[in-house]
Design a protein around this ligand. Structure first.
Ligand SMILES: *[C@@H]1O[C@H](CO)[C@@H](O)[C@H](O)[C@H]1NC(C)=O
Length: 233
């Protein structure tokens, strides 16, 4: 009797071990996929990469707290989007980012100096001399460096790679706490709004903007920008 019980226990243990071993490849593949999706290797010629830039255009209150985000509604996609686009030949990425906001929303946008921005960019030699600087991430003060990038294969898989550099922007529209999410004026002259299919522009409170945005990537950009802007030094 007791030996039968012992056998059963042994079988149960064997079964559990078999299940654990059978699961290992799945766990391994899942972990590998996680790392792989974050890793890009290789070299791309100028035929094979596209440089783009965009901004999260915030409306700040008088104390510099981010309050609202300016979004443009793209009629053909039926979606609220952050503004971004390819940089022009000879244009720098930061200029492209704010130009795209203007073209797609009709509202001028400037780069916002972020009080405490984590960055891997070294300080310029004029400030710190020529000694080598550590490779660790540091907190830059009042920086307008990009706060995020998106890497995206385009053209049927890996034939081309798109790099989108994201900046934190500010729109110069005074913040009025009393007004609900404000509808902005219609299409502005000198923009690409009509040509690119944008039919509505709105300043949404941050939480509402995150709800309205159609794509996970855009929501992640707003959340990350807000957490950087509101982090204590
Ligand atoms: C950063 O900007 C704030 C607000 O304008 C200012 O008070 C502060 O002195 C600036 N700090 C640096 C290091 O530029």
């Amino acid at each position: 009797m007791s030996s039968l019980l012992g056998d059963r226990r042994a079988y149960a243990a064997l079964g559990a071990a078999a299940v654990a071993i059978a699961t290992l490849p799945t766990i391994y593949l899942a972990l590998k996929a996680t790392f792989k999706s974050k890793r890009v290797e290789g070299q791309y010629t100028s035929r094979e990469f596209v440089l783009a830039a965009g901004a999260v255009p915030f409306q700040f209150d008088a104390f510099g707290t981010p309050k609202r985000v300016l979004l443009a509604h793209h009629a053909p996609l039926g979606a609220w989007l952050l503004s971004k686009g390819r940089k022009d030949e000879g244009e720098d990425l930061a200029t492209a980012a704010t130009r795209e906001v203007f073209e797609e929303t009709g509202y001028p946008c400037r780069l916002h100096p972020v009080p405490n921005l984590p960055t891997c960019a070294p300080l310029p030699a004029e400030l710190v001399g020529t000694d080598p600087q550590p490779h660790s991430t540091r907190i830059a003060l009042n920086s307008t460096e990009p706060f995020m990038i998106t890497l995206r294969p385009i053209a049927f898989g890996m034939l081309k790679l798109k790099l989108i550099f994201w900046y934190i922007g500010a729109v110069d529209v005074p913040y009025d706490e009393a007004s609900a999410s404000s509808e902005m004026g219609g299409v502005q002259p000198g923009t690409h709004q009509i040509a690119e299919g944008f039919d509505e522009v709105r300043l949404f409170d941050i939480e509402e903007a995150i709800e309205k945005l159609a794509f996970d990537g855009d929501r992640d950009l707003v959340r990350t920008a807000v957490s950087i802007l509101t982090a204590k030094p």
